[in-house]
Write a protein that binds this ligand. Structure first.
Ligand code: FES
Length: 119
């Protein structure tokens, strides 16, 4: 469902291992929360919905990483997701994945590629 890339944020607003940037998008006509997280230098984006129960992951708005900085964590029951794949490796939904969204960085800005034309 590619469209015109949509600006999410400035690359400088996405510190490595820091807070994620939250945004929303329409997927198949449904408004969904989403986030983009920089991890090990690269930006990764997902629909903000746990694979266990469809609730948002953040334990504070935009805070997606656990204390180790190695995993995205769901605040509800503690599922751990690998930041660069969205795969759950611990918790009640092991083996399932977050819904990934494609982003790209260009000229110091982070753009959503998937779903960008659905606004
Ligand atoms: S709702 Fe995320 S681990 Fe249960």
């Amino acid at each position: 469902m590619a469209g015109v890339p949509r600006l999410i944020c400035a690359a400088a607003d996405l510190p490595d291992g820091g807070d994620a940037q939250r945004f929303e998008l329409d997927l198949e006509g449904v408004r969904r929360p989403a986030f983009v997280q920089r991890w090990r230098g690269q930006a990764f984006a997902y629909v903000n919905s746990c694979a266990h129960i469809p609730v948002e992951l953040d334990w504070n708005p935009g805070r997606m990483l656990d204390d180790s900085g190695e995993y995205l964590i769901c605040a509800t029951h503690g599922a751990l997701y690998v930041p660069d794949s969205g795969l759950c490796v611990a918790g009640p939904c092991v083996g399932r994945s977050l819904q990934a969204l494609r982003v790209r960085e260009e000229n110091g800005q982070v753009f959503l590629v998937d779903g960008a034309g659905d606004e």
